[in-house]
Design a protein around this ligand. Structure first.
Ligand code: HEM
Length: 517
């Protein structure tokens, strides 16, 4: 709450606020003060956040300031964590200190007043909502999730066969597959790629994520005075949020009017949870708004993440050993690492595809894979892990907030500090990963030296990705089906592996040939 009033008091005297802030955030006891880049008058380190590939920029800053450093923006102090050890200390070991979310003006707008699971702050109401959705997801995962993903994998196979070896951009097909898994889970509906309902839903959700991730919008949180000025980007955000709520309401109303046709869907479980006769004490805090916002969480959290990961996987598998992608952003400082993405010299990625295919053929003897086969398919698992390492699709997770005074790596962290877990940085930490910028799936094979403990693409602790088990089953089955039946060949130039970083780390559009095996 103190954070909220701090950020939302546009009338506050700036000088006295600055003094208050300095006083409040001064290091306590004998704790050393956090390192970080010099902070400029008024704007602090705001410019650091406007970098167009923030995860890479923060990872470069970590080279200079270490695994934990601070940035200041307006009244807010952010602490960026760049290694799996410090991220685990904060998110897992001290989860109860850092399970909060920053309460902010713009987050309140996109989350229906903090009522989504992803942006809601840590309190009894949030815990009841998360528990309810978690239980519903588990129930669906145990009963029909496998079948739903298999159906989408087979549909994807059919679509790829229809392309008849033409060079195509598969991103939309991946989005449809991922989205259909979630809409089937949520309210028993799946859509065709050409469906206007599907397109409307995705254009709206993508727009909200992109707008909310833009610096035009985050500036409103750090500098409340800006809210008084006209801001067309913000007006668009408001319009899209209203459109989203209208679409979701229509789907949920539709579901309810189906007279329990889809007892299995998550919505059925959630509605039971909202039934006053069945509610536990904490569930009594929940309303239809929580059901509505949980649906938003699943759709946003579960679509672009999985679809982007599939897109990255195909892209990495297309690169040949001689293909080198150098990131040489002119705007970076001289100390910046030249990031180079290249392949393990031992084999090309086109060969990695053959290795996975051979493994699938040997182990499965012609049948399609089941999730229970995963232990017998180490090469496939190593590819999945390596793509999750190199391209964690939520590269900076979602910001956390210190609920109380605490410490990380021996540094004092005052209550209300923002914590940014830089998962991308942790996955490129040279102290943990040999050749961190190499695509080298074999590091995850026995004796390869890759550490699954240091692999944290889903975060951890109280805020661990709610869809982790759904995502893992999807990544496994969809990749296994694709690599069993197709060989992916570059169509002209190979994809640019740098990516575009917003809330989700996406690859730039590229085309590929899916050659049937
Ligand atoms: C490759 C796939 C995915 C990755 C890498 C991923 C990663 C993440 C990460 C890093 C977070 C933030 C954790 C934190 O705040 O510390 C997160 C949160 C979340 N994810 Fe995922 N995710 C994936 C797929 C999914 C799917 C399929 C769903 C839904 C079925 C989902 C639903 C959510 C939700 C609801 C949250 C918010 C959790 C909370 O704040 O308590 N995600 N995810």
């Amino acid at each position: 709450q103190s954070n909220k009033s701090e950020q939302e008091d546009p009338k506050g005297n700036f000088g006295s606020k600055l003094l208050q802030c300095v006083f409040k955030h001064r290091p306590r006891s004998s704790s050393p003060s956090l390192p970080g880049p010099p902070s400029r008058f008024l704007i602090g380190n705001m410019m650091e956040l406007t970098h167009n590939h923030l995860p890479i920029h923060l990872t470069n800053l970590a080279q200079q300031y270490g695994h934990i450093f601070r940035l200041k923006c307006g009244n807010t102090t952010m602490v960026v964590l760049n290694s799996s050890e410090v991220i685990r200390e904060a998110l897992v070991k001290k989860w109860s200190d850092f399970a909060g979310r920053p309460v902010s003006y713009t987050a309140d707008i996109v989350s229906g007043g903090g009522r989504t699971i992803s942006l809601g702050d840590y309190n009894e109401e949030w815990r009841a909502q998360r528990r309810l959705v978690h239980t519903a997801l588990r129930r669906c995962s145990q009963s029909f999730l496998h079948e739903v993903i298999e159906r989408q994998a087979l549909h994807l196979r059919k679509v790829l066969l229809q392309y008849q070896g033409r060079a195509v951009d598969l991103s939309e097909d991946f989005t449809v597959a991922a989205s259909n898994v979630i809409t089937t889970l949520a309210f028993g509906e799946e859509y065709d790629k050409s469906s206007s309902e599907l397109q409307e839903l995705h254009s709206c959700l993508n727009e909200i994520v992109a707008l909310w991730g833009s610096s035009w919008i985050s500036a409103l949180d750090f500098f409340p005075l800006l809210r008084k000025l006209p801001n067309p980007v913000f007006s668009r955000l408001l319009k899209e949020v209203a459109r989203r709520d209208e679409i979701i309401k229509k789907h949920l109303d539709n579901y309810k009017s189906k007279d329990k046709n889809n007892e299995e869907a998550i919505t059925a479980s959630l509605l039971q949870g909202l039934d006053p006769h069945r509610q536990t004490e904490h569930e009594a805090l929940l309303t239809d708004v929580h059901l509505h916002m949980a649906t938003v969480d699943l759709l946003i959290g579960g679509t672009e993440t999985t679809a982007s990961w599939l897109n990255w996987t195909v892209a990495f598998l297309l690169h040949r050993p001689e293909a080198r992608h150098i990131i040489s952003d002119q705007t970076l400082q001289p100390h910046t690492l030249m990031l180079s993405y290249c392949l393990s010299p031992s084999f090309s990625n086109l060969q990695v595809q053959d290795m996975v295919h051979e493994e699938l053929c040997t182990v499965l003897e012609g049948r399609y894979p089941k999730y229970s086969d995963r232990q017998q398919l180490p090469v496939l698992r190593s590819v999945i892990n390596e793509v999750l390492r190199l391209r964690p699709v939520a590269p900076l997770a979602v910001p956390h907030r210190a609920i109380r005074d605490s410490s990380i790596a021996g540094y004092f962290i005052p209550k209300s500090t923002l914590i940014i877990p830089n998962l991308f940085g942790a996955h490129h930490d040279p102290a943990v990963w040999a050749d961190p910028y190499l695509f080298k799936p074999e590091r995850f094979l026995e004796g390869g030296g890759g550490s699954t403990r240091a692999l944290i693409p889903f975060g951890g602790g109280a805020r661990l990705c709610l869809g982790e088990s759904v995502a893992k089953m999807e990544l496994f089955l969809l990749t296994a089906y694709l690599l069993r039946d197709f060989k992916f060949i570059p169509a002209g130039s190979v994809p640019d592996l740098r990516g575009v970083a917003s809330v989700v780390l996406k690859i730039k559009p590229y085309t590929v040939i899916a050659q049937p095996r």
